[in-house]
Design a protein around this ligand. Structure first.
Ligand SMILES: *Cc1c(COP(=O)(O)O)cnc(C)c1O
Length: 401
């Protein structure tokens, strides 16, 4: 439960959470560790993204889709009863209220629109629990693209409902039978498949991981969370900026998008990982899926399997920018246990009438545990991103409660 680095007073650093340095570097992390054919494909995505992101036409089209189809802007909800009980002022950024029920749709729609602009007609994706697969299938259907989703055979058995959703939306779900037959293998398989299909397909990565430009591009597509929240806090909070900005971290996309809106403020940034998937808090330097970052490894340097009750946090690493923010002391990474997350989910349901995704419940569990203590003094204002709704987790919770 201890952090790797001591808590430092955050200094807003010019340029943190701006563009990465040459070749997609965030400090010593990031990069583009991929076979030559994929390096070329990544270069193309990079060029297309830079051009699109500087084009008001593209920005406008994406903003329209996010308003009309996703329901943005999402509200900022004061958690009144829970705040009173905890002695802090807690505000929730409600990504659970988006179409499809989590922040993943923000990124996937951005990439789907970019794929259309690049003349691609198919999206390739991998999925673990199925959340990113469902979001990709949704975006593909909306924009008239095909979708091919790689999924480990074991995950297919465990997530039958999401497999059906993807097929209902018209996506092809490809079972992966290699290795542990879960997410890590599905990702390797999706990348292998992309090698032979770069001409007509876009590889749609679901978090701030993978080869450059994905960690940067996905953060930019998710920064709508932080940018909206910044404006909402300015209107709602006496101080304008919250004292703490908290989000859960799997690969780290909802946290990166949230942090980006507050990187140039004095807000303390806190990323909350699952105890069994603490890439930022406990990982070591390594390379996986095209990217140099922090990963859970055994003594031989083999990447180990992560374990979390929240499928979205069940990833053995963390995005390169989070590793860098950790080194800078600009953000801090902490962990909570499965039990703490389940307790937090129940508490939010019973005090605010909101059933959160178990991933999001991790962020809340840290707030509940630390409120009133040295890490989160009484009276602090806290902005927490509620990354998703808990509908997908009710059968897991039903087994436990
Ligand atoms: C996938 C997922 C996450 C974890 O992904 P990040 O890239 O770390 O944001 C968190 N919350 C929900 C609801 C998810 O579906």
């Amino acid at each position: 439960m201890q952090d790797v680095l001591p808590w430092r007073e955050p200094v807003p650093l010019d340029g943190t959470m701006g563009e990465p340095r040459a070749r997609g570097r965030f400090g010593e992390y990031g990069g583009r560790y991929a076979p030559e054919s994929l390096v070329e494909a990544c270069r193309e995505v990079d060029g297309a993204f830079r051009e699109a992101w500087a084009d008001p036409g593209f920005r406008g089209a994406l903003a329209r889709l996010l308003a009309e189809h996703v329901g943005r802007p999402t509200p900022l909800t004061p958690a009144r009863r829970l705040s009173e009980a905890l002695g802090v002022q807690l505000y929730l950024k409600r990504e659970d209220l988006t179409h499809t029920g989590s922040h993943k749709i923000n990124n996937v729609l951005g990439q789907a629109l970019l794929a259309t602009r690049m003349g691609r007609r198919r999206l390739i994706a991998e999925t673990g629990a199925g959340q990113h697969g469902v979001a990709t299938a949704t975006a593909a259907a909306l924009l008239g693209l095909e979708a091919t989703v790689f999924m480990g055979e074991r995950d297919i058995e465990r997530q039958a409902l999401n497999v059906f959703r993807m097929r209902m939306l018209g996506a092809e779900v490809v079972p992966v039978t290699t290795g542990s037959r879960t997410l890590k293998d599905a990702t390797s398989e999706a990348m292998r498949h992309w090698v032979g299909a770069t001409g007509d397909s876009h590889y749609c990565i679901g978090s701030v991981v993978g080869p450059d430009p994905y960690p940067w591009m996905v953060r930019e597509f998710q920064r709508i969370i932080g940018d909206e929240a910044r404006g909402q806090c300015a209107a709602e909070l006496r101080t304008g900026v919250p004292d703490y900005v908290v989000a859960c971290v799997g690969g780290g996309s909802n946290a990166a998008g949230t942090f980006a809106g507050f990187a140039d403020t004095p807000a303390r940034l806190v990323g909350v990982e699952a105890e069994g998937g603490a890439g930022a808090a406990r990982g070591r330097l390594g390379v996986l899926h095209g990217c140099r970052s922090l990963f859970l490894q055994d003594d031989d340097g083999q990447i180990t399997q992560a374990h979390s009750i929240a499928a979205g946090l069940d990833y053995p690493g963390v995005g390169p920018e989070h590793a860098h923010l950790r080194d800078l002391g600009r953000a801090r990474y902490v962990t909570v246990t499965d039990d703490e997350a389940v307790g937090a989910a129940v508490r939010l349901a019973r005090t605010e009438g909101i059933v959160p995704a178990l991933e999001s419940a991790h962020a809340l569990a840290w707030v509940i545990r630390e409120a009133g203590g040295g890490d989160l003094p009484a009276g602090s204002t806290v902005l927490m991103t509620l990354s998703g709704r808990g509908d997908k987790d009710v059968s897991t919770l039903k087994e436990l409660l």
